[in-house]
Design a protein. Sequence first.
Lengths: 239, 266
Amino acid sequence: MAIKFSNTFLLRKLHQITGIVPLGAFFFVHIFTNSKAMNGEASFVKAVKEIHDIPFLLFIEIFGIFLPLLFHSIYGIIISAEAKANPISYNYGRNWLYVFQRATGVFLFVFILFHLLHFRFGIVPGLTMDAVAGNAERSFAIVAGDFQITWVLIVYILGVLATAWHLGYGFFLFAVDWGIVIGEKAQKVALTACLGLSVLLAAVGVNAAFAFVRHCGLFPQALCEAPKKASNPTAPTKF
Amino acid sequence: MTTNGHIEKKRLENPPSTIKFKIQRREKEGAPASWETFAIDYRRNLNVISALMEIRKNPVTVEGRQTTPPVWDMSCLEQVCGICTMVIDGKVRQSCSALIDDLLVASGSDTISLAPMSKFPNVRDLKVDRSKMFDHLKQVKAWVDLDGSYDLGPGPHVTNELAQERYALSRCMTCGCCLEACPQYGDDNYIGPQAIAQAHLFNMHPTGKANMEERLNGLLGDDGIGNCGNAQNCVQVCPMSLPLTKAIYQTNRDITVEAIFGWLKK
């Protein structure tokens, strides 16, 4: 006799693992790439070009990001919908984390949809209608331009904060749901570490967003390379 | 809330002369619920059950209307049987160990609200039908198979450590607090911490672990352990301080190990 899994159980496990790999891993890469904007336009444009040069890019994008994201977000909404949240009656820290994971999840569903339409596909009316993807030379200019609009910058900062929190706490959830962390003391240590990671990811992500409106983001400008314009093929070469 | 160890607590300095009870009433299963308020004279050392007994003697609401005496379940009166569990001032707990003074200090008012647990069929007033929990124990085979055609002799020895761990889980009195406080439990979509902890109790037993796969299969259905949302209210409200989350997460590990390495044995 062997153990048999129901569909619900398998879907939950798939939901948990897709949140870590590939989506969590992708978020690390994403904010690392964004942080290159700290060193100015040329540095960011180079990073975008390097991404465009990845072999099997479309394949990786579809199977590594789009499909896992689609599954994780839709199934996440289903999980959130069945919650009978009760943090007022049962006012415990981890009960609030439970509510918060679902709240950030629902917010991120909307935010990521907007983010994709905005920078991946460039079809949000009123904002730059050029996609960043496939448009490396103009990538920095597009983001920097739209980030001049205050509400866009605020929405992106909220998006980064929500993602960092959802992912950091998600690591804790993965650790307990897969039986890696078990005892009460271990739970406490793991939760502290995961929420610490959330704060770190949030700081890196927010700084990267500011790097598009101010050279070197939130750090003193002396820490970054001097700002350079991206090489423009039509501009006269200087000696 | 912990029940072990001495707790220096706040005393009720100026008790009110009368205390009010807002009680959820329901005539029978399926009938609409309504609220009635009763007032009784304050006296020292009342608990919710002795207050309910006082109300039962003369069931007249604060508006002066004669009504039926409220119905509730009780048995041991010392927080070991679990049958008097109800929602008191919004929180699930046993009514026998809910002292009136403590409730008044905590809420700062002179009214105490009493409602039946919302996750079980409401038989009448404060009485619920908890048989679902016993069905769940059957679903996970929470027992050790002992019957045979001959005497099997004494069971194997266990380490003191294992005995301690099993004892903690064996204190479960099937009261339902964990299920009532769980934001995932309800509508039959999640088996809940109580049955998972009991499955783990018997999975840890040296003879009982022979049936571990059957128990895990009882937990892997569409209503199974995967639906735990880690809000961890169960371990907070458990009146017997069972290590419920530890039991759930250890069972998660048993399942992960079996799922990943089980098929590699074939």
